[in-house]
Design a protein around this ligand. Sequence first.
Ligand code: HEC
Ligand code: HEC
Length: 270
Amino acid sequence: MWLERGSRIPYGWHNMVRMLLTCLLLVLGILMPLPVSGQGGNPYDADPAARRAGSALFATRCADCHGADAKGIGAPDLTLLWAAGTDDERVFRTIQRGVPGSNMPSSSAPDKEIWAIVAYLRGISTVSPFENDIGDPEQGRELFLSMCVRCHRVATQGGSLGPDLSRIARIRSRDMLLRSIREPGASVAARYRAVTFITQDDRRIRGVIKSEDAFSIQIADTSERLQGYTKADLREMIHEERSLMPDFGTERLSDSELDDLLRYLSTLRG
Ligand code: HEC
Ligand code: HEC
């Protein structure tokens, strides 16, 4: 045959094949949709400089209402928009037009600035909605009450050494939750890093800082007591990278128990 390996293709053939290929590519080019830059159309989506700029713009223009971390004070939590199914374009338009009839103002900022804010918000967003249809929520609740509630609040019950988990399944993916239970040390939110204090009279207190001002500091210790100290009482403060949450490996919590637990968390409505 004429295209057998090793056979020489006459020059004329070569040109014809090339022409056919070119035509084919042209036709495909017309039929195929144009690729969109970034997902959802933000031209600056993957640009770290834009995200930094967006972060600064957010802090000056939006944080008063939406909170410094965008998780909402008097206005909606903006880190859940993508998980709820929005896209970059829609967020862009909302920022540009505002929400008539509400406090949300319109913006006449240049497109580039608005896209930078969108890139920033998307970067800090929790992207994957929680999906879990296995496990037994009743069993999960029992497990939670026996192993977790002393450090974590859900609804109105529970301790505060760790974060409130009432909405956790709305804002974290199943994978992230799995990881934070199996190996909590992997990423610890700054607010919950363990600290050890040594007082002037040589007592050691381990816990997390709950609040702090120039002269005093409030600590939740590992047995969940809130303690106040003046800074003058404290000799040393040792910050740890570790989490105060124990690892729940498979020997303490089997895979099916973990499914129950996650199922229970996903039934909470915040
Ligand atoms: C004066 C307060 C205020 C400021 C400043 C403000 N917002 Fe808002 N924003 C709101 C309120 C209130 C809403 C809820 C509107 C409604 O749906 O009733 C909102 C809604 C939104 C929404 C839609 C949320 C959703 O659930 O669909 C987005 C996106 C948003 N704001 C982004 C921003 C960004 C970005 C900035 C800064 C450029 C900003 N906002 C500045 C008050 C504010
Ligand atoms: C001794 C206290 C303690 C116990 C018991 C404990 N946790 Fe935690 N947990 C923490 C602390 C402190 C953090 C925050 C630091 C970190 O992320 O590791 C945390 C973080 C988490 C997070 C991550 C939250 C986020 O914002 O991403 C999840 C999920 C979680 N815990 C679930 C559980 C579950 C489920 C149990 C029971 C099986 C449990 N914890 C038991 C103290 C505890």
